[in-house]
Design a protein around this ligand. Sequence first.
Ligand code: SF4
Ligand code: SF4
Length: 145
Amino acid sequence: MPLRDQTDPNRIKPILATITTLNRPPVARCRLLSSGLGSSHMLKTFDDLSGSKACLGCGCCMDACPILMRDPKRRLLTEARTSLALETLVGDDCDRCGNCALACPQVDPTIKHYLVGTLLAEGMAELLAKASTDETYILDLILSY
Ligand code: SF4
Ligand code: SF4
């Protein structure tokens, strides 16, 4: 649902690199760097939300998070399904897989493609290397299929 003219990730490379090296969920920051809601959205509202970078409360980022998948008890702490809830429930346990940013409808595809092609590709290589020695990472790989 983003705008047709989306953020050029090459112009914000250093910021994206910083975001994806933090042990914090990257989705909200990637959302705020994106173009915002496109005018063709199908949300039930008469307000002009074009360009809004607000969280839609869809919960897609929470559904995609392996930390919450591994530890579902965390989800019971709140009914909210927002990026703020993800930040609260995961915090610095985030393992920087990037799934939340890839799942968010408010993050520009241009940014998603950049993350997959660069920073997340490096993270996946790291994860695969660890998979041979750490059962937790093996579980993450299985759950991602
Ligand atoms: S989906 Fe991945 S990057 Fe996002 S909060 Fe969960 S562990 Fe962190
Ligand atoms: S996936 Fe949905 S809930 Fe998560 S940050 Fe994006 S809009 Fe908000």
